[in-house]
Design a protein around this ligand. Structure first.
Ligand code: ZN
Ligand code: ZN
Length: 384
């Protein structure tokens, strides 16, 4: 893999500060956001977006940046490129960002920056200091068939996850009284003494977490936690053209948090089951079908199964077709997940079947054919 100049890609100096990198990335990401691509330039925008995201994720991480300065981008290369290909380098899951905008959940730039610039993604150090913890993200793996890939599918998934306790609505208690620290206002005045003078600041009351009231008992259903583990069914729409290993993000369907802050997200990883007859290569479908010797010789029109449409399509076999010939059935393959390019094709390989059992009459006809010795010239050529 050729070495990439991440600084050049983002248009910044080699010694650029993190803020400059962030700014440069934001500007470029706005420009090349795949949603803004003109119809005929979707692929280029996608590639560009991928490139700048990769550059930003490396340069915004001190450790990776140092590695990059020392060894170049090959220090991070791994997976092959290609449409929607997985993470090419450590720690940055590009496919996640791709699936976000593809599934329509993408669009919150600030959240995306947070994801890229926080280094290790969400959870960890992100959001620290505010005292409010976001609910945990959940991961769910699901298997679908190739037919599902062709049409897209809806799945009901069942999760056992933390939810707000229905008895106390997540408050942890059933009876409340005004918080005596903040007198029920939920906020508290704090005085800071600094060399520049005394400052007063109003912030949320730390005793009642800004609620203005304090529980007088513990909810027995949840033991005062406000949270309870429950089975929950969630409808997930898996788009047509989805690729193996792709992660779909369902915002807010992760676990809730006890402080009543934002819920986590649910990630659904899609796995595609192999098909007995159809094989996927990119968005093309490969299939082998048998034809008879006579069909190959005099030609025919046959019906070939497909994954899309009515489930079958007509294919013309021209006279004199050789075994193993591959015919291309245009746009009978899989749709692309973001519809940015044409639908794939179905490649049909025909295999001439040699009959094992023949009637007397058939055998006689074949014998007559043999007497014609149609391929004699071939042997004459070889043996001289
Ligand atoms: Zn209070
Ligand atoms: Zn409760």
């Amino acid at each position: 893999m050729a070495d990439k100049d991440y600084y050049k890609i983002l248009g910044v100096e080699k010694g650029a500060a993190k803020d400059e990198i962030k700014k440069a990335y934001k500007k470029l990401a706005m420009k090349y956001h795949p949603d803004r691509a003109p119809e005929d330039k979707k692929k280029e925008y996608e590639e560009e977006f991928k490139e700048i995201s990769e550059a930003a994720s490396v340069l915004s991480d001190d450790k990776k940046r140092q590695q990059y300065d020392q060894f170049g981008s090959s220090a991070f290369s791994g997976g092959a490129g290609g449409a929607g290909g997985g993470a090419g380098f450590e720690g940055f899951d590009y496919s996640d960002i791709m699936s976000q905008f593809r599934s329509g959940t993408f669009g919150n730039f600030d959240e995306m920056f947070e994801q890229i610039f926080s280094g290790s993604g969400r959870g960890g150090k992100g959001g620290g200091g505010r005292g409010r913890r976001r609910g945990a993200d959940l991961l769910y793996e699901t298997k679908i068939t190739l037919k599902d890939v062709a049409t897209g599918t809806d799945r009901t998934i069942e999760l056992n996850k933390l939810e707000h306790c229905p008895d106390c609505q997540g408050k942890g208690a059933l009876h409340f009284e005004d918080c005596h620290h903040c007198h029920g206002s939920g906020s508290i005045k704090q005085t800071h003494r600094t060399p520049f003078g005394i400052f007063q600041q109003v912030g949320p009351c730390p005793y009642c977490h800004g609620r203005g009231e304090l529980g007088q008992d513990k909810c027995s259903a949840c033991g005062g936690e406000g949270l309870i583990r429950q089975r929950k069914k969630i409808e997930v729409t898996i788009p047509a053209g989805v690729e193996e290993g792709m992660r779909l993000r369902i915002p807010g369907e992760g676990e809730v948090s006890s402080q009543g802050s934002q819920s986590g997200d649910l990630y659904v990883v899609v796995h595609i089951l192999p098909h007995e007859y159809f094989q996927r290569k990119g968005n093309d479908i490969h299939l082998t079908v048998p034809i008879s010797f006579t069909q190959a010789v005099i030609g025919d029109e046959i019906e070939v199964p497909t994954l899309t449409g009515t489930g079958k399509a007509k294919l013309k076999i021209p006279a004199g077709t050789q075994s193993e010939t591959i015919f291309r059935m245009k746009e009978k393959g899989l749709p692309l997940i973001d519809y940015s390019r044409e639908t794939g094709d179905q490649m049909v390989k025909v295999r001439i079947e040699v009959p094992a059992k023949l009637s007397k009459k058939q055998l006689e006809l074949i014998r007559q054919l043999q007497e014609e010795k149609p391929s004699k010239s071939f042997f004459e050529k070889i043996f001289g």
